[in-house]
Design a protein around this ligand. Structure first.
Ligand code: ATP
Ligand code: MG
Length: 504
């Protein structure tokens, strides 16, 4: 039950980080298929918004020998629309599936507008089970299909005619001189923006609206109708002409929704520029708070929430069903903060705009030195553990308030943050790493030490020694006072050398 003094009927997710609540027991030794549980929960989150009453209870077999069953329910507040219910359950599923992927046998996710729970122990009666299969087919419920089937015979010809006319209309509106795209929205989830509209909303990409600039282009604040504010990132791309390729990539990326991932709202192609329309983050990037103009303003509680949020965003990115993404460029300037200082990871999926970077051993380095895992810098070996490494570096930055390539530390002049942190750890002095602008009490000090250990765990080599991000989320949120794992210091000299990075 919920009551508030303001209307929340259309609210879907709670502001800030709202973790899935994982139980304490795991299914170790029982051969439970994590994939089966994950697919089951994903299916339930897809089917429920299409079911009358926005509620479903379902079961599935999850053990090789067919003797173990997983039970799950999903429910949305009936005040939500189907789409709102869908986006709420997407977030709930993202939280709860972290429990499943870590073999925990029960989990819950509570959002403002929806609820999900699963367990391998029954918690509802067998006569309450909903058959979700018909709702997983395109088009919704079987009733609906039957009705549509009847009607199609009568109005089929008219619909075909209408589709042809609409298709012709959209095509003729879209193609304009200079390659800009105008008019109809073509991609589900992301909007096809008009170049002139973006130009107007940014005051002709004026300096007063410039939010920052990066390696790929500039970022602007855009205001529509004096109220709706978005960020527009102008990317210079080598293959801007390959419109179809971009459309596919953008469609995939815009489907990824998570509270800790920056939403891609739309796009536009203008000549060799690809303009991406992104959620606007009023507090800008994390680096400003660590060593920029807002240094010293973050408490340990806020820093910890930011660390946990980044870990959650990455865990989601790595296990996304439609398009698994390794970010490759996790760094403090790619972590943006919303008005409640909750983090959102920016620039994910951008490496996908380079069509040749498809294989696992890639030939072109995408990333930022200092943050990038050694096996990727040296040999181009790409895996999700590349992001785990960079995450570890960002955590050290968050705790120390120092940039990873900063050399103004106590050691020799070439000693970077990671090496410095390992040395302090080995000498049991990690607390010296803590940002001097941050006051911490003794309890917080213990907590900080544990989080430093997790960060170091993430920077180990070989990559197989590093935890997956879903594991990192569990470690970060567990009550245990230390990670209780042996840490292997990586071979660090590569950090101290200038490395020529091939771009072939
Ligand atoms: P890289 O090009 O390697 O990503 P970068 O992250 O420093 O480097 P950009 O991603 O272009 O460069 O971002 C530049 C700056 O613009 C950021 O540091 C941030 O301050 C600001 N910025 C980017 N996106 C947004 C956004 N959606 N909302 C608000 N500010 C943003
Ligand atoms: Mg960036």
């Amino acid at each position: 039950m919920v009551y508030e003094s303001i209307s929340f009927y259309t609210e879907t997710i709670l502001p800030g980080v709202n973790p899935g609540i994982c139980g304490n027991s795991t299914s170790s030794g029982r051969n439970v298929s994590k994939t089966a549980v994950d697919v089951f929960l994903s299916s339930l989150s897809i089917a429920t918004p299409k079911i009358n009453g926005l509620y479903a209870a379902a079961t599935t077999s999850v053990v090789g020998n067919d003797t173990s069953i997983a039970y799950a329910i999903a429910q949305c507040a009936e005040t939500l629309t189907t789409d709102e219910c869908k986006s709420c359950l997407e977030v709930a599923y993202a939280s709860i599936s972290i429990c499943a992927s870590n073999d925990v046998i029960d989990g819950r996710a509570i959002e403002s507008g929806c609820f999900m729970r699963y367990s391998t122990i029954p918690f509802f009666r067998s006569n309450q089970i909903t058959d979700i299969a018909p709702f997983l087919r395109d088009g919704g419920s079987s009733n609906k299909i039957a009705i549509i089937g009847g009607v199609v015979g009568v109005v089929g010809g008219l619909i075909v005619l209408l589709i042809v006319v609409l298709w012709w209309y959209c095509r003729s509106k879209r193609t304009m001189p200079g390659g800009s795209l105008y008019g109809a929205t073509e991609l589900q989830g992301s909007k096809d923006y008009n170049y002139n509209d973006l130009k107007k909303a940014t005051n002709d990409f004026g300096d007063e609206n410039k939010l920052g600039e990066g390696g790929f282009g500039d970022v602007y604040k855009a205001t529509f109708d004096d109220e709706k504010v978005v960020a527009v990132k102008k990317l210079k791309v080598r293959h801007a002409g390959a419109k179809i390729g971009f459309e596919n990539e953008i469609q995939l990326i815009s489907q990824i929704r998570h509270r800790n991932l920056l939403g891609l709202l739309g796009w536009c192609i203008d000549g060799s520029n690809l303009l991406l329309v992104l959620e606007y983050m009023p507090n800008g990037s994390l680096d400003r708070f660590l060593w920029g103009e807002r240094k010293g303003t973050l408490s340990w509680k806020i820093r910890y929430d930011i660390i946990l949020g980044i870990a959650r965003g990455l865990a989601h990115l790595h296990k996304e069903v439609h398009v698994r993404i390794v970010h490759r460029d996790i760094k403090s300037s790619n972590i943006l903060l919303d008005d409640a200082l909750q983090p959102k990871i920016a620039d994910f999926g951008f490496a996908r705009f380079q069509p040749e970077d498809q294989s696992h051993v890639i030939t072109k380095f995408v990333g930022t030195l200092g943050y990038t895992a050694p096996e990727y810098v040296r040999y181009g070996i790409l895996s999700d553990k590349v992001d785990t490494f960079s995450f570890g570096i960002v955590v050290l930055e968050i705790i120390s308030g120092q940039m990873c390539t900063s050399q103004n530390l106590d050691g020799p002049s070439t000693e970077f943050l990671l090496e410095h942190a390992w040395k302090l750890y080995e000498n049991q002095k990690v607390v010296m790493l803590v940002d001097e602008t941050m006051d911490i009490n003794p309890d917080e000090e213990k907590h900080v030490k544990k989080i430093i250990e997790i960060a170091l765990l993430c920077t180990q080599s070989p990559a197989s020694e590093r935890p997956a991000m879903s594991e990192v989320v569990l470690m970060l949120s567990s009550e245990q006072s230390s990670v209780e794992r042996h840490l292997t210091r990586p071979n660090l000299p590569y950090l101290n050398r200038r490395i020529h990075i091939g771009s072939s």
